[in-house]
Design a binder for this molecule. Structure first.
Ligand code: IPD
Ligand code: CA
Length: 304
C-alpha cells in the first residue's frame, strides 16, 4: 500500500465518475431496456452494463495490474483478495434510475488488503460527489460539472456539521434501511420485523426512532451517514460493490461500520450485512449495541 498513490487513483476515479455520470444522464428513462436478475425487483439495464464496460476499460488501461470486481461482470464464487482491487457498481440505485427518481449514483471503490482505501460516489442528477482517500478526510463536492465556484464545485468536508452532536440513542435517530430484493425468505421476515420494532412506540416495545428512510442506494445511504444527515444505516443482502466506496467515505468522516448481525464489530468487506453509524463525539458503540438489541435473537443469513 505504501507505494500506491491513492490520491492519484482518487483523481482518476473522479474523472471516470463524471464521464459515467454523463452516460447515465443521457439515458432516457422511458426507453430504458430493463431486464431482471434474481426476480422482478432486481433490475438491470443496458446502461448498467455500458457504464461498467466504460469504467473497466478505463481502469484496466490505467492500472493493468490491479484486480477488478464489478456488479455486472461478477460470477458467483468470485472473491475479493488482498491485492489492490477496484470495486465498482456502475449504477447503484438502478430502481431509482429506471423510475427517474434522482437518487442513483456510480460507486467506485478501491480496496487494498480487503479494506476500503479510496471511495468515489457520484450522483449525476444532483451533480453531487462524495469522495475520500484513506487518511485524508472525506468531502462532498456539489456542482463541479455544472461549473459552480469557478468549476471547482462547492466543497464541504464531511461530516457537514462542524461539531456533530453526540448520538443520543435510537429514539433520537433518523435511521436508513432498505427493503432489498428478496421478499419471500427468513431475511425478509427478520428485516420487516426489525423495521416495525424500530418504529413502534416504547410502551409497545419499540425503539420509537424519529423515522425510517430508504434512499434506494446503499452507497448514497452510506454517504448520508457520512454527511451526518442520517444517524445510522442498517442493511443485509447488499454486495461489496454497493458498500466499498461508501465505506471509505464513512470511515474518513469519523463513522463506524459494524456488522448488521449482532456481535461483530469489524465486519468483512464482503460480509453483506452492515450497520453504519455516523461520526459523533460519543454514543457510537452504544447506538450499535442498542440496534443489535432491537434485532434480538434473529440473524440474517446470506451464505447461500
Ligand atoms: C441495490 C441498492 C439498494 C440496496 C440493494 C442493492 P443496485 O443496488 O443499493 O439500495 O438495498 O441491496 O443491491 O441494484 O441498485 O445496484
Ligand atoms: Ca448496480
Amino acid at each position: 500500500m505504501a507505494d500506491l498513490n491513492l490520491q492519484e487513483i482518487h483523481d482518476a476515479l473522479v474523472s471516470i465518475a463524471h464521464e459515467a455520470g454523463r452516460m447515465i444522464l443521457s439515458a432516457n428513462p422511458t426507453d430504458i431496456d430493463q431486464g431482471t436478475k434474481l426476480n422482478s425487483v432486481d433490475i438491470v439495464t443496458e446502461t448498467d452494463k455500458a457504464v461498467e464496460d466504460l469504467v473497466s476499460s478505463k481502469l484496466r488501461a490505467l492500472y493493468p495490474t490491479f484486480a477488478f470486481m464489478g456488479e455486472e461482470t461478477y460470477k458467483p464464487g468470485n472473491k475479493i483478495g488482498p491485492e489492490p482491487t477496484f470495486v465498482v457498481d456502475p449504477i447503484d440505485g438502478t430502481t431509482n434510475f429506471v423510475h427517474g427518481f434522482p437518487e442513483a449514483c456510480i460507486s467506485l471503490g478501491l480496496a487494498v488488503d480487503r479494506r476500503p482505501a479510496v471511495g468515489v460516489v457520484y450522483n449525476p442528477y444532483q451533480d453531487k460527489l462524495y469522495s475520500a482517500v484513506r487518511g485524508r478526510g472525506a468531502f462532498q463536492t456539489v456542482g463541479q460539472v455544472w461549473g459552480l465556484e469557478g468549476g471547482r464545485g462547492r466543497v464541504s468536508r464531511l461530516p457537514l456539521a462542524r461539531n456533530p452532536a453526540p448520538l443520543a440513542g435510537l429514539d433520537a435517530s433518523l435511521v436508513a434501511v432498505e427493503w432489498g430484493s428478496s421478499r419471500d425468505d427468513a431475511n425478509y421476515e427478520l428485516k420487516t420485523a426489525v423495521f416495525k420494532r424500530l418504529a413502534a412506540a416504547k410502551p409497545q416495545g419499540g425503539a420509537m426512532v424519529h423515522s425510517l428512510r430508504s434512499l434506494g442506494s446503499a452507497a448514497l445511504n452510506l454517504c448520508a451517514v457520512a454527511a451526518g444527515q442520517v444517524d445510522c444505516y442498517w442493511e443485509g443482502g447488499c454486495w461489496v460493490w454497493d458498500v466499498c466506496a461508501g465505506w471509505a467515505i464513512l470511515a474518513e468522516a469519523g463513522g463506524i461500520m459494524a456488522s448488521g448481525n449482532p456481535g461483530t464489530w469489524e465486519p468483512a468487506i464482503d460480509e453483506r450485512k452492515y450497520l453504519a453509524v455516523r461520526g459523533a463525539p460519543s454514543g457510537q458503540k452504544e447506538l450499535v449495541q442498542e440496534f443489535w438489541g432491537v434485532i434480538g435473537e434473529g440473524r440474517m443469513d446470506y451464505s447461500s
